[in-house]
Design a binder for this molecule. Sequence first.
Ligand SMILES: O=CC(=O)O
Length: 325
Amino acid sequence: MAAENPNFQNTDPPTVLVHRLPTFDFPPGNRLSTHFHLLDPITSPPTSPVLLHSIRALLCVGPVPVTPETLNRLPSLQIIVGSSAGVDHIDLTECRRRNIAVTNAGSAFSEDTADYAVALLFGVLRRLPAGDRYVRDGFWPVNGDFPLGFKLGAKRVGILGLGSIGSEVAKRLAAFGCSIAYFSRKKKTSVLFPYYENAIDLAANSDVLIVCCALNDETHHIVNKDVMVALGKEGVIINVGRGPLVDEKQLVEFLVRGELGGAGLDVFENEPNVPKELLERDNVVLSPHCSVATPESFEALQDVIIANLKAFFSNKPLLSPVQKD
Ligand SMILES: O=CC(=O)O
């Protein structure tokens, strides 16, 4: 029967509807289909509305939006398993209203993303991409020594969002001799780093701001003009969270006027478009939203997705539920 009707919903393995953009998929050879019957409307024949009515689990691959309209087509939906750390593409308020659980990538990406934040910071302070261009473009023999960079050790690093990624960033930069402080939704009782009650105070006491918090209504443009003023002329902003956490228009203006020391950006407000003013600047390191992208991270992600779906289908606690506050 399953062979005759590709939309047939087996109970074993359980059916999971895949929600993704045509351009976004798991790398080949993923293990998810050995545990679940994955119904992917992009590769399967049209999915019957009757089947959609019975779907309980949705696997959201990448940053594809989940809107009230998406949810209207899935009246039995109970869980959305996300494949990213950030879930700003999912309408969480609507999910809460409909009592639909949401999970994210948990800590699958945290180490790689933290490594990347440190790499971007090194890139800005020591001007690594600019130095690379200097050598490749033949300027070294002509112009001589490359300008000095800045030392990483002993920098005062302010972390915006001391969650799973922020904590890994703190661990790494503390090992480089930086002092760490943070701002998060809440002060963490188990953490000894100084806590600031807002982003401006954190910036005023930091040389570097590393942005790794979740994007939501409260954190949209959390790095605004006032934060940039507080960070000061030598200050560096690293963003591995989401583009709209930083007011990009202001960031460009501050950099162009020389009122910030530099920026390392993996994310942008209007991806894949990057403000052209940034392309010309040697104190800015640009990266195409790929801090999480390693085969190791994607292996770990599959473990998290499988664990969440298995827990859901056997009524056990979810591994990485998105917090409900
Ligand atoms: O940007 C990547 C993620 O949120 O996992």
